[in-house]
Design a protein around this ligand. Structure first.
Ligand code: CAO
Length: 435
């Protein structure tokens, strides 16, 4: 019996994805939950498992296709048994090939397409025009509208085919705040054409992946919107190393790795409780702080597709052992393309630890709509002077970027000090660990 496998609901607000690779072929016998496709949305890349067991008879999708939720991605003979030889594919009757169209020689001059002058964007229509009908907007743009509390139907589109762009949403949000509706259609920034680099030497143009587009959109949105400052401090983690040596084997037995990242997650959970403004978002439309009563912390993970930021939920309810196992599993899942867009949602604060690679400090970009991100660089032994004596101590550089609209420098300095001092008292962590 031939049954269809359809693309399941990926996550809220994600309606389609692009096929990065097809992991099976016609004739293969697949188990239930075996991966069929590698799919990329603007939020994550992940594998799509089969909902059925049987032999694949048809694969109607190929690399590069955009697949919608509910679309058939495979047809499977569910009566087939593993090890059975599949029946030979039906022989297609060959039709005579149509005569090839003559292509003009490369030197032939092509007629130049008529230059299209883009009509000036019309002034936004009063909201009567806005209806609950379908709108043309990418999932990330819809998400942006929702996060800003804007009805996407009200946003005047300026993109091709009445596409609503992220800039349209931002401009509309600004116009609501300032009351200047005339500003809606104005482009936020002039985009200058690039120079012709091929004049200087050989070049290659390569399209960027959806994941990279999403990273670019997220960081490109945050940087001009959030006036951010980075505060630097150091934590003496010499005693943490002893703590790691003592608890490391226990964590390893449980399937995790006791590293600076998992210890920081525990410390950040406490810091966010002490400093609620860091566990919040700012709503410029209402000029309110949204204080969150849950503690979900995102962790930046370096993958071969670029930076991905999955979220560890309820960090305040977990001890270091649980957090270590979870970070290890989450990083692995992220690198193996097993995270879903849902795994990337809902973080209140981000930890970006580059110390495993190196560096003495950096300025991480606040991951809007969060208000702060903690950058961590490489811990190094450094001389520490006390009573005219010099001692070697392990020093961890911390770099906290924060949204200066709603967080003051003194508050940021206190927050970072709190984190540094918590790291300097590992016995407190050990107490929590034993609870
Ligand atoms: N200083 C010194 N050593 C460090 C360290 C630090 N700050 N952080 C980690 N290390 C060490 C670990 O102890 C481990 O050492 P061993 O292999 O000897 O045990 C090694 O570096 C590798 O650690 P890890 O990366 O496997 O584990 P982690 O839990 O510390 O980090 C993760 C997990 C996912 C955060 C990390 O792997 C990663 O992807 N980091 C990159 C994040 C990134 O790209 N940020 C940039 C975003 S732009 O803001």
């Amino acid at each position: 019996m031939i049954e269809e496998v359809k693309l399941p609901e990926i996550s809220e607000n994600v309606e389609s994805g692009q096929v990065i690779s097809v992991m099976v072929k016609v004739g293969d016998f697949v188990e239930k939950e075996q991966s069929l496709l590698e799919l990329e949305t603007d939020k994550a890349a992940f594998e799509v498992p089969s909902s059925l067991q049987g032999r694949i008879t048809e694969l109607p999708v190929k690399e590069g296709d955009t697949v919608k939720v509910g679309q058939t991605i495979a047809k499977i003979d569910t009566a087939a048994k593993p090890g059975e030889t599949p029946p030979p594919p039906p022989v297609e009757e060959k039709e005579p090939a149509p005569p090839k169209e003559k292509t003009p020689p490369p030197s032939a001059k092509q007629p130049e397409p008529a230059k299209q002058t883009k009509p000036a964007p019309a002034a936004p229509a009063p909201s009567v025009a806005a209806s609950a009908g379908p709108v043309n907007a990418a999932p990330a743009v819809r998400q942006l509208a929702r996060e800003l509390g804007i009805d996407i139907h009200e946003v005047p589109p300026t993109g091709p085919d009445s596409h609503i762009t992220a800039d349209d949403v931002k401009n509309y949000a600004r116009s609501l705040i300032t009351g200047a509706s005339a500003a809606i259609a104005a482009p936020s920034q002039e985009v200058r054409p690039l120079p012709d680099f091929s004049v200087f030497g050989q070049i290659e143009r390569k399209p960027i992946t959806l994941t990279r587009k999403s990273i670019a959109a997220q960081l490109g949105y945050s940087w001009p919107l959030v006036p951010q400052v980075t505060h630097h401090d150091n934590a003496d983690i010499t005693d943490i190393e002893e703590f790691r040596a003592e608890y490391g084997p226990k964590v390893e037995k449980a399937g995790g790795k006791l590293t600076v990242t998992s210890i920081l997650l525990r410390v950040i959970a406490d810091a966010l409780k002490q400093f609620p403004h860091f566990n919040a978002s700012y709503d410029p439309a209402t000029q309110e702080m949204i204080l969150k009563k849950y503690y979900h912390v995102a962790v930046a993970v370096d993958t071969d597709r670029g930076l991905l930021v999955p979220v560890v939920r309820d960090v305040d309810k977990k001890d270091i052992l649980q957090l270590s196992v979870e970070v290890t599993e989450l990083a692995e899942k992220t690198r193996n393309k097993k995270v879903t867009p849902d795994d990337m949602q809902g973080g209140n604060f981000t930890i970006s630890n580059l110390g495993g690679i190196g560096g003495v400090g950096f300025t991480p970009i606040v991951y809007w709509p969060q208000l702060a991100i903690l950058g961590v660089s490489r811990a190094r032994k450094q001389p520490f002077y006390k009573d005219n004596m010099c001692y070697p101590r392990m020093i961890l550089p911390l770099s906290l970027s924060y949204d200066h609209r709603v967080i003051d420098g003194a508050e940021a300095a206190r927050f970072t000090r709190y984190v540094a001092e918590a790291l300097e008292k590992p016995f407190l962590l050990a107490m929590q660990e034993r609870k």
